[in-house]
Write a protein that binds this ligand. Structure first.
Ligand code: S3P
Length: 174
């Protein structure tokens, strides 16, 4: 694919399927798959929940920025971001640079139905908390290059993303 972006960066709220769809996309594009949360956990030797407990959110955001900067020069990567990564200006800038960013968008109730209440997401809360967090995040998700409807199966969502990637002509904006 002559015009394929060096990196495809998936952004969006918790539970939208960034990792599942990302893995499918990487396979189909023959790109490597990078999951920012898993990279952070590997590097720290601790889970996200443990990191939030021991270091707090700001330290976690610094870890996200460091990961985004490490990924910035790499090519042929599909990157699944954590739901808050794109909301930070410096992390967003590193993620967007030379990449095609894709907002996987979905209604809150669909997202809530997908989230497992397993304690792995420290910021997940009741419906009101999630509604407020999503409202807070949406302006930054809107800064992604393209928006894709993330309802349906992961395969359907991956098909939509691929159709968009293949339909684009010329280099990405940044
Ligand atoms: C977060 C989302 C999580 C993870 C962390 C914080 C957020 O990633 O990075 O729990 O701030 O929305 P997922 O979007 O993969 O759940």
């Amino acid at each position: 694919m002559a015009d394929a972006p060096a990196r495809l960066v998936l952004v969006g709220f918790m539970g939208v399927g960034k990792s599942t769809v990302g893995r499918l996309l990487a396979r189909r594009l023959r790109y490597a798959f990078e999951d920012m949360d898993r990279r952070i956990e590997r590097r720290a030797g601790r889970s996200i929940a443990e990191l939030f407990r021991s270091e707090g959110e700001e330290a976690f955001r610094a870890r996200e920025l460091a990961e985004a900067r490490e990924l910035e020069p790499l090519e042929r990567r599909v990157i699944a971001t954590g739901g808050g990564a794109f909301a930070r200006e410096d992390t967003r800038a590193a993620l967007q640079h030379g990449a095609l960013s894709v907002w996987l968008r979905c209604e809150l109730d669909v997202l809530l139905g997908r989230l497992q209440p397993d304690g792995s997401r420290p910021l997940a809360g009741n419906r009101e908390i999630m509604r407020a967090l999503l409202a807070d995040r949406e302006p930054s998700y809107r800064m992604a290059d393209v928006t894709v409807d993330a309802t349906g199966t992961p395969e359907e969502v991956a098909d939509r993303v691929l159709a968009l990637v293949r339909g684009r002509r010329g280099p990405v904006r940044r």
